[in-house]
Design a protein around this ligand. Structure first.
Ligand code: M6R
Length: 366
C-alpha cells in the first residue's frame, strides 16, 4: 500500500509529478490555449466580476490561500483577503450579498472551514470550494468548485494535496484573468505553457532527495529553525516551517524575509539554521541582502535557489538548486525540498511521520 516507500508521506511526496498532472488533466491544453475548470460554470461570472475575494482555510490549505492571494491580485486585479476560518467565523466579518468566498480544504471536513462557509452563505456570498475528497461535506455545501484530484492523502502532513491546491488555484486565477482581460494574451499563453511543465520540474526537484537527506543529517538535532521567503515564496516559508514542526517537533517559524529585522533577527546565532527560499524572481536582490544579514550574525544558511545561481552559493552554507519557472508557479517547485527536509529530519529523530502526536488528518472539531 505504501508502494515500496517507508511511509505514506514519502510516497505522497514522490507522487506529486503524477498528482499535479492528474489535476491538470482535461483542464489545460497549453498548445491550444485551452484552460477550463469544468466545476465552475453557472457561477463563473460571479467569480469573474467579484469586487473582492475572501479565502477561508486552515493550516496548509491556508498557506495555499496565501499563494492564491498573490495570484488573484497580480493576474486578475481583484483584492483578496485570506482568513483563518476560525477567526473569520467568530469576528462578525463584513460580508455582502454577492461577495465571493473560496474555501480550501483537503479533507473537506474541517469544522472551522465549514462554519465559515455557512456564515458567509447565510449573508448571501457565493462559495467556491477547492477540495480533495470527492463528495466531502465542504464540497457539498459550496455553490461550485474544483476538485484537486490528488488522490487519497494518508500522511497527516499535507504534501500532494498542497501542490494540487496550488495547481487548481493557479488555473482558477488564470481563467478569471483571461475573462477579465487583465493579463496580456502572450503572458497568459506563456503561463499555460509554464503550468504544463510543472510536473516535470517537480520530478526534477525530487532528484534532490539524496542531497536533502545529507543536509537533514547535519541539522537533525537543531532546536529551532527559521524559514524566510519573499513574494510567492513567503507562504512557502510558512509551509516549510509547519511541515517541520508538525512531524519532527522542532520549533520552526516562517516569516517574510524582510520582517526578520523587526524581531526574529534577535534569535540568530551560530546555532540557528535559517532556510531561505531564494529563487530568481522580482525580490531576488532583496533576499540576497537578507542572506548576508543572517551570515553576518553567523546563522547557518540553507538556501533553495534557482538552478545556475552563482551568487548565493558564495554566501550560503548549503544550496539546493531547483528548476526555474515563473515566480507565480515557483511554490509548486520550491516546496518540494522543504517537504523532503522535514520528512528526513523527522525519520532521523525517530518520529512517527505519518501520524504525528496530537494531530488528526481532519480536524472535525473546533
Ligand atoms: O483538510 P484541510 O485542508 O481543511 O485541513 C486543514 C489543516 O488541518 C491541515 O492542512 C493541517 O494543517 C495539516 N496537518 C498540515 O500538514
Amino acid at each position: 500500500e505504501k508502494g515500496g516507500f517507508d511511509h505514506f508521506m514519502l510516497k505522497e511526496i514522490f507522487e506529486q509529478p503524477r498528482s499535479i498532472a492528474d489535476c491538470l488533466r482535461g483542464r489545460l491544453k497549453a498548445d491550444e490555449g485551452y484552460l477550463k475548470l469544468g466545476g465552475i460554470r453557472e457561477y463563473a461570472n460571479r467569480l469573474e466580476n467579484a469586487d473582492r475575494i475572501i479565502i477561508v482555510a486552515c493550516g496548509t490549505s491556508w498557506h495555499a490561500g496565501m499563494v492564491a492571494e498573490y495570484l488573484f491580485e497580480e493576474f486578475c486585479r481583484i483584492p483578496v483577503e485570506v482568513e483563518y476560518a476560525s477567526e473569520f467565523r467568530y469576528r462578525n466579518p463584513v460580508i455582502k450579498e454577492g461577495d465571493v468566498v473560496i474555501a480550501i480544504s483537503q479533507s473537506g471536513e474541517t469544522a472551522d472551514t465549514m462554519a465559515a462557509i455557512e456564515l458567509a452563505k447565510s449573508k448571501g456570498a457565493i462559495i467556491f470550494g477547492v477540495c480533495n475528497v470527492v463528495g466531502s461535506s465542504i464540497s457539498r455545501i459550496t455553490h461550485e468548485g474544483a476538485y484537486t484530484h490528488a488522490g487519497p492523502e494518508i500522511g497527516v502532513a499535507s504534501t500532494k494535496a498542497f501542490t494540487a491546491q496550488l495547481t487548481v488555484l493557479a488555473m482558477m486565477a488564470l481563467q478569471v484573468a483571461f475573462k477579465r482581460g487583465t493579463l496580456p494574451l502572450t503572458q497568459y499563453n506563456q503561463m499555460l505553457i509554464e503550468l504544463e511543465t510543472i510536473p516535470s520540474k517537480v520530478e526534477k526537484a525530487l532528484q534532490l532527495n539524496d542531497q536533502v537527506k545529507y543536509i537533514s543529517e547535519l541539522f537533525k538535532d537543531a532546536r529551532n529553525f527559521l524559514y524566510l521567503g519573499r513574494g510567492y515564496n513567503f507562504p512557502v516559508a510558512l509551509e516549510g516551517a509547519l511541515k517541520l514542526k508538525e512531524i519532527s517537533y522542532i520549533h520552526a517559524e516562517g516569516y517574510p524575509a524582510a520582517e526578520m529585522k523587526h524581531g526574529p533577527i534577535a534569535l540568530i546565532d551560530e546555532e540557528m539554521p535559517v532556510v531561505f527560499i531564494a529563487t530568481r524572481d522580482k525580490s531576488y536582490e532583496k533576499i540576497v541582502s537578507n542572506i548576508q544579514e543572517v551570515r553576518a550574525r553567523k546563522g547557518r544558511v540553507i538556501a533553495i535557489v534557482t538552478e545556475g545561481d552563482t551568487v548565493i552559493p558564495e554566501m550560503a552554507e548549503f544550496v539546493i538548486e531547483v528548476p526555474a519557472t515563473h515566480e507565480a508557479l515557483m511554490p509548486l517547485v520550491s516546496v518540494i525540498p522543504l517537504q523532503l527536509l522535514s520528512y528526513h529530519i523527522a525519520v532521523m529523530r525517530g518520529c512517527n511521520v505519518d501520524q504525528p502526536r496530537n494531530l488528526a488528518k481532519s480536524v472535525t472539531v473546533e
